[in-house]
Design a protein around this ligand. Structure first.
Ligand code: CO
Length: 293
């Protein structure tokens, strides 16, 4: 990997680690979800980087893709809180997540954390992602829980927060062989439920799909703004400015110019924990770029 690119990844990772370390303690009983999301996104910008996607704050059965709505009044109760944060520097993305448990389910949090460490331990050029999935599944089932089978880690590339290859959270026969220079987000999810998630009818995160003809001028303007500001990266409904933005967004969805990232929730309503780091596959192992020092 070119030095300049690697340095951008490292900078994104360092900023993410600093922000997540400060954001974790802000997740406490009675605190506002919206305040935490704003804190995270402002802190990223103040450090000279850009959020790669809206600060995800997913509670309890929600595994991923919730971010506060524009006037979100929700406050933390005794929840299992997943903070999943993305930072980019010139399009080079770091992605990491922690679980802050306010509900006394330490073991479930530990299970995804230990699974992540088990995966990081074995990542090197030449390893098959199937082996990583096996290490994750064994660690989680060792605690008596299940991994979320239909959520995976993923590759990262410039302005693409979810690229190939998928990194399974379960053993499988054959995956993808990782090579020097690959950038991968490893994100085990553990649950005390069935191990399956599905899409909920809750959408706060969206992304640009393609330019499509739209009649409404406000929608045309919004599409231009989205494609320029976020490129192929996800954005929050909360980030949109202007009176007609919501209506324009609905038009863009209808035309296929924009797509949704629905909240992903555990199908039985069980709790989900998550741990995530981004690594660059290098030399004889990997460099964890989102680890705080
Ligand atoms: Co993430």
């Amino acid at each position: 990997m070119e030095t300049e690119i690697l340095e951008n990844y490292r900078k994104a990772g360092r900023i993410l680690a600093e922000v997540l370390a400060k954001a974790g303690p802000r997740v406490e009983l009675g605190a506002s979800l919206l305040d935490v999301a704003n804190f995270v996104e402002d802190a990223i910008r103040s450090k000279g980087a850009i959020p790669a996607f809206p600060c995800n704050i997913s509670l309890d059965r929600n595994a991923a893709h919730y971010t506060p709505s524009p006037l979100d009044a929700a406050r933390f109760g005794e929840n299992m809180v997943k903070l999943d944060v993305g930072v980019h520097v010139d399009g080079y993305i770091a992605d990491a997540a922690i679980t802050v448990d306010l509900g006394g389910h330490d073991k479930l949090v530990e299970a995804s954390h230990v699974a992540l460490e088990a995966a990081l331990e074995i990542i090197r050029p030449g390893i098959d992602t199937a082996q990583i999935g096996k290490a994750i599944e064994e660690a989680i089932t060792g605690y008596g829980y299940k991994p979320v089978y239909n959520l995976t880690g993923h590759g990262l590339s410039r302005y693409l927060a979810h690229d190939e290859p998928a990194v399974p959270n379960r053993a499988m026969e054959k995956g993808t062989v990782l090579k020097d220079g690959d950038v991968i987000a490893i994100e085990p999810f553990a649950t005390n439920g069935s191990g399956r998630i599905s899409e909920a009818l809750i959408n706060e995160i969206y992304g640009f799909s393609a330019f499509r003809p739209v009649r409404l001028p406000a929608a045309r303007m919004l599409l231009k703004e989205i494609s320029e500001s976020y490129k192929t990266l996800p954005f929050a409904r909360r980030w949109l400015k202007g009176e007609r933005a919501e209506y324009a967004l609905m038009q863009l969805l209808r035309s296929g110019a924009v797509h949704r990232y629905p909240v992903l929730w555990e199908i039985e309503g069980a709790l989900v924990s998550q741990a995530e780091h981004t690594v660059v596959v290098l030399d004889k192992g990997c460099e964890v770029i989102t680890r705080s020092i």
